[in-house]
Design a protein. Structure first.
Length: 373
């Protein structure tokens, strides 16, 4: 972060917590190793804050990691949090902001036994352009014992402040740039088309799709392209606001099933299934999907619905291939014998009913089998 951004962070922290109190920085080991955390930590200490650091965060964060962080929150007398990194540190920080002050387990909140209250202030500083977690009210966590993903969801979990600095994304490798960028594109597409969509989601989603389709290939090819990095951060944020005001759908249901079983990075999992699910969904509402194709500039205004949809489906297959996204079958660790179980997990996902086209286990299995070839 530049000095201006660091100064802004100190001012923000002054409004969220008293000086001489303790701030917890949540990141992952990689983000800390490449030096993105140190300057922020030093600046907070110079501004009068005691800083503790929690970086026991996996790519698909586990419940026990959040519980460890919540224990540290209480033991160290933490009063506010700063999350630095991708979606995983931000999701863990959200969970700690809830479990730290209040205690309890994930099941307590999901089952309604505990109330969402007394949530600690949280500032999110994303270092990737993808999850949009810096502006959403959700925290997705994997239950280690059952290998299932659950979602804490409440307005109080929405971060108090999001700070976007494109410079923090400049060192992100091309493979992660592609995966996180496609995650954002899925957020925009699903938020725009799902059954819970609304005018606000559609406005945010349309703007996000236009920017991501144009600028993701540029950021992928040249990570030092500041304009592309800036536009991707903006697109990611808009996509987060889009699905955060609506829901995700079948792509995420499949991605979370794959991630829960194999720990596949979430962005890669979403990217694998995106073209297949869009092709499946287009049969339900052809006008909507032709509109989607025009928004992403795969088709123009003169194209018929059929032509527009065909161009989008083909375009998304090519788009993901050009970003070197593997097929499901190219992931050597995925077993054909697990496809039916993945379909069952996807069907049980709480976002299945939001998919624009009704989808059941057999449909999920058919998509999985297509991607596995």
């Amino acid at each position: 972060m530049g000095s201006g951004e660091s100064g802004n962070l100190a001012s923000i922290m002054d409004s969220l917590a008293s000086q001489n109190t303790t701030v917890m920085i949540v990141s992952d080991p990689g983000v800390r190793k490449i030096g993105l955390v140190g300057p922020i930590e030093a600046h907070l200490e110079e501004a009068g804050y005691r800083v503790v650091h929690f970086d026991e965060v996996s790519p698909n964060p586990r419940d026990y990691e959040c519980l460890l962080g919540a224990d540290m929150f209480r033991q160290e007398g933490v009063t506010a949090l700063v999350a630095i990194g991708g979606g995983s540190p931000m999701d863990v920080a959200k969970a700690i902001s809830l479990l730290g002050p209040n205690g309890g387990t994930f099941e307590d909140y999901i089952e309604g036994k505990a109330a969402y209250e007394n949530v600690a202030p949280l500032v999110c500083i994303p270092t990737t352009a993808g999850t949009g977690s810096e502006v959403t009210r959700s925290s997705v966590i994997t239950l280690a014992e059952t290998h299932t993903k659950i979602t804490l969801k409440h307005e109080l979990l929405r971060p108090d402040v999001a700070i976007l600095d494109p410079e923090l994304t400049m060192s992100v490798p091309a493979s992660i740039t592609a995966a996180t960028g496609l995650d954002a594109l899925v957020h925009a597409i699903e938020g725009y088309t799902c059954r819970l969509t609304n005018p606000v989601s559609k406005a945010m989603g349309a703007a996000a799709m236009k920017e991501i389709v144009e600028y993701l290939p540029k950021a992928y090819r040249n990570g030092a392209d500041f304009e592309a990095r800036s536009k991707m951060q903006e697109g990611s944020l808009l996509a987060g606001l889009c699905f955060g005001s609506a829901d995700v759908a079948a792509v995420h249901c499949l991605a979370e099933a794959l991630g829960s079983l194999y720990d596949t990075p979430h962005g890669i999992a979403n990217a694998i299934f995106l073209p297949y699910v869009v092709q499946y969904n287009a049969e339900e509402d052809r006008a909507l999907h032709a509109e989607l194709s025009r928004i992403m500039r795969f088709a123009d205004e003169l194209d018929s619905e059929t032509v527009a949809i065909d161009k989008m489906v083909r375009g998304l297959y090519v788009f993901t291939e050009q970003l070197d996204i593997p097929t499901l079958g190219e992931l050597s660790y995925v077993k054909a014998s697990d496809l039916e179980h993945m379909a069952e997990i996807a069907e049980r996902n709480g976002s299945t009913p939001s998919n624009v086209r009704p989808i059941a286990k057999a449909d999920y299995l058919n998509i999985l089998e297509q991607t596995f070839l």
